[in-house]
Design a protein around this ligand. Sequence first.
Ligand SMILES: Cc1cc2nc3c(=O)[nH]c(=O)nc-3n(C[C@H](O)[C@H](O)[C@H](O)COP(=O)(O)O)c2cc1C
Length: 189
Amino acid sequence: MAPLFIQAATIMSTPRLAWAITGSGHYIEECVEFMLSLDHVDLYLSQAGEEVLKMYDIPLTELKNRMPVYRDKAASAPPVGLFYKGYYHTLVMAPTTSNTIAKCTLGIADSLATNLYAQAGKCRVNSIVYPCDSAPEIETTAPGKRKFMVYPRPIELEATDKLRSFPYTEVVNDVDQLIASVTYRLKQL
Ligand SMILES: Cc1cc2nc3c(=O)[nH]c(=O)nc-3n(C[C@H](O)[C@H](O)[C@H](O)COP(=O)(O)O)c2cc1C
């Protein structure tokens, strides 16, 4: 095993981006396509995220060939300790379910994705969050590419708005904003 100072130097010289996918099909294909265009990304999946990827015909094996993938299999979310080692410069959560957004706004950290957001905040690491409930009427895509309308309720819109006020957090409303925001962030580093 390498001495501690070498491990630390290696970790600090290669800060990475943590990307979390939750169980939302909202523009999930576009989010994954953009994520795959980036370097130095670690992918985190909620349990529902893993299921939904499959439903949208996005094979986990292909993602695993491209980047480290962390699945939600443990109660204590062990990999989030990496935030405390300076391993990540940014967390991106895209797409993000109503469920995960609601928990994040309440400070709940009981899954891999909600732990990532909580620990990123506690380590003052910037998060860019793309919620599925960004407007009162939104077009989205079901598995099989069928488009349909969704009308988020006040409780979901309020949660999205509440998250906008959280420190170290940028909430984006669509995929174009997501791409612009992540690209800008990467240029800032
Ligand atoms: C095909 C499919 C698409 C879904 N899309 C969404 C979505 O866009 N937004 C949402 O809030 N929930 C969506 N869900 C439901 C979530 O996956 C479910 O609420 C899950 O418990 C969320 O868990 P997570 O927040 O830990 O990922 C979808 C479920 C399925 C089967």
